[in-house]
Design a protein around this ligand. Structure first.
Ligand SMILES: CC(C)(COP(=O)(O)OP(=O)(O)OC[C@H]1O[C@@H](n2cnc3c(N)ncnc32)[C@H](O)[C@@H]1OP(=O)(O)O)[C@@H](O)C(=O)NCCC(=O)NCCS
Length: 148
């Protein structure tokens, strides 16, 4: 297993994967080039993630996705462990925001995150179309955090 930091010039090559986690290109473009992108390779690419520094020492996962056929094999959890380790010298906390969906919340809790706060109507205010995850419409953004 290898963790690779992706250069700006190569980030767009991963757009198809990023769109699985965040389905609007204009939203991805808001964070893609101000953030760091990491990829987990195990022969080929298995998972990718984009992280921004929101304020001094406060980092946020903006996008994380595992290639669908390789999900539930521990790749995203490994990538989050790597990221937490990568930022532990410079950072205090790692946040992630997601829809209010039990499966995804469970995944983040398994990765050491605890619920932090809710941003009301984030998805309905910021996306140009209604979005659904496991049949649930995404409305509020639920933030979770993990100490670094
Ligand atoms: C969410 C996602 C990144 C998880 O990636 P993954 O590589 O399958 O996750 P892992 O295999 O590392 O799972 C880690 C743990 O979370 C659990 N888990 C993962 N997905 C889960 C789900 N949907 N429901 C419940 N538990 C889940 C795993 O069972 C595992 O538990 P364990 O540590 O007890 O074995 C992946 O499902 C994905 O790419 N989804 C589409 C994009 C997306 O929704 N991204 C998040 C946007 S906020």
């Amino acid at each position: 297993m290898e963790f690779v930091k992706i250069a700006d010039k190569d980030k767009a090559n991963y757009m198809e994967l990023l769109l699985i986690a965040d389905e609007q290109i204009s939203m991805i473009e808001k964070y893609l080039y101000i953030g760091d992108m990491f990829a987990l390779y195990d022969d080929d690419v298995k998972a990718v993630c984009v992280v921004t520094e929101e304020e001094y020492g406060i980092y946020e996962i903006k996008n994380i996705v595992t290639v669908p056929k390789y999900q539930k094999k521990g790749y995203a959890k490994n990538l989050i462990s790597y990221i937490a380790d990568y930022y532990k010298e410079s950072g205090k906390q790692l946040f992630v925001g997601t829809g209010d969906c039990p499966g995804i919340l469970k995944f983040y809790e398994k990765c050491g995150f605890l619920k932090s706060h809710v941003v009301k109507n984030f998805f309905t205010d910021n996306y140009d179309h209604p979005m659904f995850e496991d049949g649930i419409q995404l409305v509020d953004m639920v933030y979770l955090k993990r100490e670094l």
